[in-house]
Design a protein around this ligand. Structure first.
Ligand SMILES: Cc1cc2nc3c(=O)[nH]c(=O)nc-3n(C[C@H](O)[C@H](O)[C@H](O)COP(=O)(O)OP(=O)(O)OC[C@H]3O[C@@H](n4cnc5c(N)ncnc54)[C@H](O)[C@@H]3O)c2cc1C
Length: 381
């Protein structure tokens, strides 16, 4: 990618090398196998100071840009998006507090986040509110200076980890329609009345996806992020950055899937020759690499657009759509190229494949990304 500046290229290489030398492929694999949150890997990223890349310098962060952040996501996810999710989700969710939080909230939340003691997770989905996220029914009512929350969230990634604070979309106005009356509350996962259950899902086994119940959870008034009723607007902005982040992660892992398949094809011999020398195999690899490069270009374009101040919902949707489908496709082809070996945990390809299946669902399904893209095309944007 010679259109990256030398500084961007160096940063990208730094993160890729860090993943190799400080975290490692075996660690990511083991966390998936054991369904364990990757606390140690998380801590290593925090100790580099990278967790605050997007946090302004005046709040103690690095004041970095979204493009640099996308390069970081690409590197963190090289051995699997699940590991990167543990870090990306708190990083992109923290931006909601940076952008919409009061000075009091910034002081309360950002410092422990930068120290690695608090991590933010995003909580839109509910049993009846999947693609239709605005159909949230979790309710919060005021009681004096406090909020009282009741309801259920679903599929929350990372919500079971120590120090997790949910950035949750809740309904604060009784009887209001759809997008109106939605607000964002910051809910610590250890608040009284919060119950978290990890879901035994196909992917995201380490960071974990959770169902979370709220039973008369009492929160202080400052738990409200932004203004009451501003929830949908905050989440719309949020989803743009989320989609760029995860697209970058899928590109990083898709590249690793191609590299692993290529390495295997060069060394595995059948009928007296490396399987790479069968034209059908090397053409598969050529198509896989072409797809990954295209996904990377779309992702870099979206990150550059967001860097320029956005909004860029169409570019973010295109990047997310294509990068997630690319990971799914190249990991499926990767398993095929590796034969039986590709189906074993040690080969990692089966994990990339599981992650690829999840990739076209989480963060908004492929069908929803196409709907967003088409909506912008209809309006000529
Ligand atoms: C592992 C994992 C982690 C997740 N992490 C989080 C998280 O951290 N926080 C969070 O809030 N959510 C999270 N999610 C939830 C995710 O955002 C939803 O799963 C996703 O939005 C789809 O919702 P659903 O699963 O209810 O499917 P549904 O919305 O029920 O969709 C089912 C099918 O119908 C299609 N469909 C639905 N509506 C339309 C339409 N209008 N047009 C065309 N097709 C449509 C979908 O594309 C899909 O194919 C996670 C999900 C998973 C699987």
């Amino acid at each position: 990618m010679d259109f990256l500046t030398p500084e961007q290229e160096m940063w990208r290489e730094t993160v890729f090398r860090f993943m190799d030398e400080e975290v490692g492929r075996d660690y990511v694999r083991e966390k998936d196998r054991n369904r364990e949150y990757p606390y140690e890997g998380y801590r290593k990223v925090v100790s580099q100071g990278w967790i605050g890349l997007l946090v302004p310098e005046e709040q103690g962060g690095q004041g970095g840009d979204i493009f640099s952040y996308a390069l970081m996501c690409e590197g963190l996810a090289r051995y699997g998006p699940d590991f990167a999710t543990a870090l990306m989700v708190p990083m992109f969710t923290a931006q909601n507090i940076v952008r919409h939080g009061s000075a009091e909230q910034a002081a309360h939340y950002i410092e422990p986040f930068l120290a690695g003691e608090m991590r933010f997770v995003i909580s839109l989905s509910e049993p009846q509110a999947g693609s239709d996220a605005a159909n949230a029914r979790t309710r919060a009512r005021r009681d004096g200076d406090e909020w009282v929350v009741n309801g259920q969230k679903l599929w929350n990634s990372g919500g079971g980890a120590k120090g997790a604070v949910l950035c949750a979309l809740v309904r604060t106005e009784a009887g209001s329609e759809r997008h109106d009356g939605l607000s964002v509350l910051l809910i610590p996962n250890d608040a009284a009345g919060v119950t978290v259950h990890k879901i035994e899902a196909l992917a995201r086994r380490a960071t974990g996806s959770n169902t979370i119940f709220f039973d008369d959870v009492r929160l202080p008034g400052h738990a409200l992020l932004g203004a009451e009723g501003q929830g949908w607007q905050i989440m719309t902005e949020h989803l743009e950055l989320e989609r760029i982040s995860i697209a970058a992660g899928y590109v990083g892992c898709a590249q690793q899937a191609v590299d692993d398949a290529c390495d295997y094809a060069r060394t595995r011999e059948q009928f007296g020759q490396p399987i790479f020398d069968f034209q059908v195999i090397r053409h598969m690899l050529a198509d896989m690499q072409t797809r990954v490069d295209a996904a990377r270009l779309l992702t870099y374009r979206a990150a550059a657009a967001a860097n320029g101040g956005g909004p860029c919902p169409k570019e973010a949707a295109m990047a997310k759509l294509f990068a997630s489908e690319t990971l799914q496709e190249v990991s499926r082809q990767g398993v095929q190229i590796m034969g039986g070996v590709g189906t074993t945990p040690e080969a990692d390809m089966e994990r990339y494949f599981r992650e690829g299946m999840q990739a076209t669902i989480g963060g908004g399904t492929s069908q929803i990304q196409r709907t967003i893209i088409a909506k912008h095309m209809r309006h000529g944007r």
